[in-house]
Design a protein around this ligand. Structure first.
Ligand code: FE
Ligand code: FE
Length: 318
Protein backbone atom coordinates (compact mmCIF):
# COMPACT_ATOMS: atom_id res chain seq x y z
CA UNK A 1 0.00 0.00 0.00
CA UNK A 2 1.28 3.45 -0.73
CA UNK A 3 0.90 6.21 1.79
CA UNK A 4 0.15 9.83 1.03
CA UNK A 5 3.26 11.99 1.12
CA UNK A 6 3.57 13.23 4.72
CA UNK A 7 3.22 16.94 5.15
CA UNK A 8 6.84 17.50 6.24
CA UNK A 9 8.10 16.00 2.95
CA UNK A 10 5.45 17.41 0.63
CA UNK A 11 6.88 19.92 -1.85
CA UNK A 12 3.99 22.34 -1.46
CA UNK A 13 3.00 21.76 2.15
CA UNK A 14 6.31 21.27 3.99
CA UNK A 15 7.16 23.94 6.55
CA UNK A 16 10.23 26.10 6.00
CA UNK A 17 13.47 24.67 7.30
CA UNK A 18 13.58 26.90 10.34
CA UNK A 19 10.09 26.27 11.67
CA UNK A 20 10.20 22.63 10.56
CA UNK A 21 13.48 21.84 12.23
CA UNK A 22 12.60 23.81 15.33
CA UNK A 23 9.14 22.49 16.09
CA UNK A 24 8.66 19.05 14.55
CA UNK A 25 9.38 15.78 16.25
CA UNK A 26 10.25 12.77 14.10
CA UNK A 27 11.70 9.47 15.30
CA UNK A 28 14.07 7.01 13.63
CA UNK A 29 11.30 4.38 13.70
CA UNK A 30 8.98 6.74 11.81
CA UNK A 31 11.64 7.77 9.29
CA UNK A 32 12.79 4.31 8.28
CA UNK A 33 13.78 3.18 4.80
CA UNK A 34 10.19 2.52 3.78
CA UNK A 35 9.14 6.04 4.85
CA UNK A 36 12.03 7.52 2.89
CA UNK A 37 11.24 5.61 -0.32
CA UNK A 38 7.75 7.01 -0.35
CA UNK A 39 8.12 10.40 1.32
CA UNK A 40 11.41 11.49 -0.23
CA UNK A 41 12.04 9.53 -3.42
CA UNK A 42 8.44 9.33 -4.60
CA UNK A 43 7.32 12.43 -2.71
CA UNK A 44 9.62 15.44 -2.36
CA UNK A 45 11.72 14.52 -5.39
CA UNK A 46 9.00 13.41 -7.74
CA UNK A 47 9.58 15.07 -11.13
CA UNK A 48 12.72 16.85 -9.87
CA UNK A 49 15.67 14.56 -10.65
CA UNK A 50 18.02 17.54 -10.71
CA UNK A 51 16.51 19.02 -7.58
CA UNK A 52 14.27 21.47 -9.44
CA UNK A 53 11.44 21.64 -11.91
CA UNK A 54 13.15 20.82 -15.26
CA UNK A 55 11.35 23.75 -16.92
CA UNK A 56 13.34 26.26 -14.86
CA UNK A 57 16.33 27.65 -16.70
CA UNK A 58 19.13 29.97 -15.68
CA UNK A 59 18.97 33.60 -16.82
CA UNK A 60 21.89 35.46 -18.49
CA UNK A 61 22.51 37.62 -15.38
CA UNK A 62 23.65 34.45 -13.58
CA UNK A 63 26.14 33.27 -16.20
CA UNK A 64 28.89 35.80 -15.52
CA UNK A 65 29.78 38.61 -13.16
CA UNK A 66 29.17 38.85 -9.42
CA UNK A 67 26.11 36.60 -9.23
CA UNK A 68 28.02 33.87 -11.04
CA UNK A 69 30.97 34.23 -8.67
CA UNK A 70 28.74 34.22 -5.60
CA UNK A 71 26.75 31.15 -6.54
CA UNK A 72 29.67 29.22 -8.02
CA UNK A 73 31.67 29.69 -4.80
CA UNK A 74 28.69 28.82 -2.64
CA UNK A 75 27.54 25.75 -4.55
CA UNK A 76 31.06 24.38 -5.06
CA UNK A 77 31.73 24.67 -1.34
CA UNK A 78 28.41 23.12 -0.42
CA UNK A 79 28.85 20.31 -2.95
CA UNK A 80 32.17 19.37 -1.37
CA UNK A 81 30.75 19.69 2.15
CA UNK A 82 27.91 17.35 1.19
CA UNK A 83 30.34 14.92 -0.41
CA UNK A 84 32.41 14.80 2.76
CA UNK A 85 29.25 14.38 4.84
CA UNK A 86 28.21 11.44 2.64
CA UNK A 87 31.54 9.74 3.16
CA UNK A 88 31.64 10.17 6.95
CA UNK A 89 28.00 9.11 7.31
CA UNK A 90 29.07 5.66 6.10
CA UNK A 91 30.69 5.24 9.52
CA UNK A 92 27.43 6.09 11.30
CA UNK A 93 25.71 3.45 9.17
CA UNK A 94 28.44 0.96 10.07
CA UNK A 95 28.32 1.70 13.80
CA UNK A 96 24.57 2.21 14.29
CA UNK A 97 23.44 0.22 17.35
CA UNK A 98 20.07 -0.86 15.93
CA UNK A 99 18.22 -1.33 12.65
CA UNK A 100 16.12 1.85 12.97
CA UNK A 101 19.12 4.17 13.24
CA UNK A 102 21.07 2.13 10.65
CA UNK A 103 18.25 2.57 8.13
CA UNK A 104 17.84 6.23 8.94
CA UNK A 105 21.54 7.00 8.45
CA UNK A 106 21.56 4.98 5.21
CA UNK A 107 18.82 7.29 3.91
CA UNK A 108 20.61 10.39 5.16
CA UNK A 109 23.75 9.19 3.40
CA UNK A 110 21.87 9.09 0.09
CA UNK A 111 20.23 12.46 0.79
CA UNK A 112 23.64 14.09 1.29
CA UNK A 113 25.02 12.32 -1.77
CA UNK A 114 22.12 13.73 -3.77
CA UNK A 115 22.70 17.23 -2.38
CA UNK A 116 26.33 17.04 -3.42
CA UNK A 117 25.23 16.01 -6.92
CA UNK A 118 22.59 18.70 -7.43
CA UNK A 119 24.83 21.53 -6.18
CA UNK A 120 27.65 20.29 -8.41
CA UNK A 121 25.42 19.82 -11.45
CA UNK A 122 23.91 23.26 -11.11
CA UNK A 123 27.34 24.56 -12.11
CA UNK A 124 26.71 22.92 -15.51
CA UNK A 125 23.50 24.93 -15.87
CA UNK A 126 25.59 28.00 -15.01
CA UNK A 127 27.84 27.27 -18.00
CA UNK A 128 30.76 25.32 -16.53
CA UNK A 129 31.82 22.74 -19.18
CA UNK A 130 31.19 19.14 -18.10
CA UNK A 131 34.77 18.05 -18.68
CA UNK A 132 36.02 20.77 -16.32
CA UNK A 133 33.40 20.23 -13.61
CA UNK A 134 35.44 18.27 -11.05
CA UNK A 135 38.34 20.70 -11.19
CA UNK A 136 36.02 23.71 -11.20
CA UNK A 137 34.34 22.54 -7.99
CA UNK A 138 37.74 22.34 -6.28
CA UNK A 139 38.83 25.74 -7.60
CA UNK A 140 35.64 27.62 -6.76
CA UNK A 141 35.64 26.17 -3.24
CA UNK A 142 39.17 27.42 -2.57
CA UNK A 143 40.57 28.61 -0.20
CA UNK A 144 37.85 27.45 2.20
CA UNK A 145 38.07 23.88 0.99
CA UNK A 146 41.28 23.57 2.98
CA UNK A 147 40.70 26.08 5.76
CA UNK A 148 37.12 25.09 6.65
CA UNK A 149 36.23 21.68 5.24
CA UNK A 150 39.43 19.78 5.93
CA UNK A 151 39.59 20.43 9.70
CA UNK A 152 35.90 19.54 10.05
CA UNK A 153 36.33 16.37 8.03
CA UNK A 154 39.39 15.46 10.07
CA UNK A 155 37.47 15.79 13.33
CA UNK A 156 34.54 13.75 11.98
CA UNK A 157 36.88 10.98 10.87
CA UNK A 158 38.53 10.83 14.28
CA UNK A 159 35.17 10.49 16.02
CA UNK A 160 33.25 8.32 13.58
CA UNK A 161 35.93 6.22 11.89
CA UNK A 162 38.83 6.00 14.34
CA UNK A 163 36.93 5.96 17.65
CA UNK A 164 33.77 4.37 16.21
CA UNK A 165 31.89 6.72 18.51
CA UNK A 166 28.27 6.53 17.38
CA UNK A 167 26.70 9.08 19.74
CA UNK A 168 29.67 11.39 19.25
CA UNK A 169 29.09 11.24 15.50
CA UNK A 170 25.35 11.83 15.86
CA UNK A 171 25.93 14.93 17.97
CA UNK A 172 28.69 16.24 15.69
CA UNK A 173 26.36 15.97 12.70
CA UNK A 174 23.24 17.35 14.36
CA UNK A 175 24.62 20.18 16.43
CA UNK A 176 27.92 21.27 14.97
CA UNK A 177 27.66 20.57 11.25
CA UNK A 178 24.02 20.60 10.20
CA UNK A 179 22.79 22.83 12.99
CA UNK A 180 25.30 25.43 11.91
CA UNK A 181 25.02 25.00 8.14
CA UNK A 182 21.27 24.65 7.78
CA UNK A 183 20.49 28.35 8.34
CA UNK A 184 22.94 29.29 5.59
CA UNK A 185 20.88 27.08 3.29
CA UNK A 186 17.68 28.83 4.32
CA UNK A 187 19.28 32.18 3.53
CA UNK A 188 20.38 30.83 0.18
CA UNK A 189 16.89 29.72 -0.81
CA UNK A 190 15.45 33.10 0.09
CA UNK A 191 18.05 35.24 -1.63
CA UNK A 192 18.30 33.25 -4.88
CA UNK A 193 14.52 32.90 -5.26
CA UNK A 194 13.97 35.86 -7.64
CA UNK A 195 17.36 35.50 -9.35
CA UNK A 196 17.88 31.81 -9.92
CA UNK A 197 14.62 29.96 -9.22
CA UNK A 198 16.20 26.58 -10.10
CA UNK A 199 18.79 27.14 -7.36
CA UNK A 200 16.06 28.19 -4.93
CA UNK A 201 14.25 24.91 -5.66
CA UNK A 202 17.47 22.94 -5.15
CA UNK A 203 17.84 24.66 -1.78
CA UNK A 204 14.23 24.10 -0.91
CA UNK A 205 14.45 20.36 -1.59
CA UNK A 206 17.65 20.08 0.42
CA UNK A 207 15.93 22.02 3.22
CA UNK A 208 13.05 19.54 3.30
CA UNK A 209 15.58 16.71 3.73
CA UNK A 210 17.34 18.75 6.35
CA UNK A 211 14.23 18.99 8.52
CA UNK A 212 14.38 15.20 8.74
CA UNK A 213 18.12 15.08 9.43
CA UNK A 214 17.96 17.59 12.23
CA UNK A 215 14.83 16.31 13.95
CA UNK A 216 15.59 12.59 13.69
CA UNK A 217 19.26 13.16 14.53
CA UNK A 218 18.24 15.01 17.68
CA UNK A 219 15.74 12.29 18.55
CA UNK A 220 18.39 9.56 18.15
CA UNK A 221 20.76 11.59 20.32
CA UNK A 222 18.15 12.15 23.01
CA UNK A 223 17.09 8.48 23.17
CA UNK A 224 20.68 7.28 23.25
CA UNK A 225 21.53 9.59 26.14
CA UNK A 226 18.44 8.48 28.05
CA UNK A 227 19.64 4.91 27.78
CA UNK A 228 23.29 5.75 28.45
CA UNK A 229 23.22 8.63 30.96
CA UNK A 230 26.86 7.93 31.84
CA UNK A 231 27.84 9.27 28.39
CA UNK A 232 26.37 12.71 28.97
CA UNK A 233 29.40 14.50 30.39
CA UNK A 234 31.62 13.20 27.65
CA UNK A 235 29.14 14.34 25.00
CA UNK A 236 28.78 17.81 26.56
CA UNK A 237 32.54 18.24 26.46
CA UNK A 238 32.61 17.06 22.88
CA UNK A 239 30.02 19.62 21.82
CA UNK A 240 31.96 22.40 23.53
CA UNK A 241 35.13 21.32 21.73
CA UNK A 242 33.22 21.10 18.46
CA UNK A 243 31.78 24.59 18.85
CA UNK A 244 35.21 25.95 19.70
CA UNK A 245 36.67 24.31 16.58
CA UNK A 246 33.84 25.83 14.52
CA UNK A 247 34.50 29.30 15.96
CA UNK A 248 38.15 29.08 15.01
CA UNK A 249 37.37 28.37 11.36
CA UNK A 250 37.09 31.24 8.86
CA UNK A 251 33.44 30.48 8.07
CA UNK A 252 32.46 34.07 8.79
CA UNK A 253 34.90 35.42 6.26
CA UNK A 254 33.70 32.89 3.72
CA UNK A 255 30.03 33.81 4.03
CA UNK A 256 30.85 37.51 4.12
CA UNK A 257 32.93 37.29 0.92
CA UNK A 258 30.05 35.62 -0.87
CA UNK A 259 27.53 38.15 0.41
CA UNK A 260 29.72 41.02 -0.81
CA UNK A 261 29.80 39.52 -4.32
CA UNK A 262 26.06 38.98 -4.11
CA UNK A 263 25.62 42.63 -3.15
CA UNK A 264 27.55 43.73 -6.24
CA UNK A 265 25.15 41.64 -8.30
CA UNK A 266 22.16 43.27 -6.59
CA UNK A 267 23.44 46.72 -7.51
CA UNK A 268 23.84 45.66 -11.15
CA UNK A 269 20.46 43.94 -11.44
CA UNK A 270 18.07 45.94 -9.29
CA UNK A 271 15.41 45.54 -11.98
CA UNK A 272 15.30 41.75 -11.62
CA UNK A 273 15.06 41.83 -7.83
CA UNK A 274 12.34 44.48 -7.79
CA UNK A 275 10.35 44.62 -4.56
CA UNK A 276 10.90 40.96 -3.66
CA UNK A 277 10.95 40.52 0.12
CA UNK A 278 13.64 38.26 1.56
CA UNK A 279 11.65 38.03 4.77
CA UNK A 280 8.32 39.63 5.59
CA UNK A 281 8.53 43.40 5.41
CA UNK A 282 12.13 43.52 4.20
CA UNK A 283 12.99 44.00 0.53
CA UNK A 284 16.06 42.04 -0.60
CA UNK A 285 17.33 45.13 -2.42
CA UNK A 286 17.46 47.06 0.88
CA UNK A 287 19.49 44.45 2.78
CA UNK A 288 23.26 44.53 3.29
CA UNK A 289 25.81 41.69 3.38
CA UNK A 290 26.15 42.11 7.13
CA UNK A 291 22.41 42.08 7.74
CA UNK A 292 21.97 38.86 5.77
CA UNK A 293 24.90 37.23 7.50
CA UNK A 294 23.76 38.34 10.98
CA UNK A 295 20.29 36.97 10.32
CA UNK A 296 21.65 33.56 9.29
CA UNK A 297 23.90 33.58 12.38
CA UNK A 298 20.94 34.31 14.61
CA UNK A 299 18.95 31.45 13.04
CA UNK A 300 21.95 29.19 13.54
CA UNK A 301 22.21 30.05 17.25
CA UNK A 302 18.48 29.50 17.74
CA UNK A 303 18.64 26.16 15.96
CA UNK A 304 21.63 24.94 17.95
CA UNK A 305 20.07 26.00 21.25
CA UNK A 306 16.77 24.32 20.46
CA UNK A 307 18.49 21.05 19.44
CA UNK A 308 20.64 21.02 22.56
CA UNK A 309 17.73 21.70 24.90
CA UNK A 310 15.73 18.95 23.20
CA UNK A 311 18.54 16.45 23.78
CA UNK A 312 18.98 17.59 27.38
CA UNK A 313 22.44 18.95 26.60
CA UNK A 314 21.87 22.66 27.23
CA UNK A 315 24.77 22.56 29.67
CA UNK A 316 27.06 22.62 26.61
CA UNK A 317 25.98 26.24 26.02
CA UNK A 318 27.35 27.47 29.31
FE1 FE B 1 22.74 18.04 2.95
FE1 FE C 1 21.68 16.96 6.00
Amino acid sequence: MTMPVPREADWDLAPGLLEGAMDLELTAEQCDLRYWLQAAVQGTLRGRPDGHDPRLTVGPHMLRGPFFDAIAQEYAFRSLAEEKATRVLSFLVANAPDVASMEFYATQLLDECRHSMVFRNHLLALGVPAQRLTQAVQDFADPYRTSVLEPLEQRCLEVMRDERDFIGGVVMMTVILEGALAPAAELSERKWRPLDPAAAEIDKGAGIDEIRHLTVGAWIGREYLREHPGERDRVVKMIRDGMRLWDELPTHQMVYDREVRFQEGLELHRDIVGDYEIWPGRRLIDTTPKERQDTADRWSDEMKTKRLVYMGLEEALR
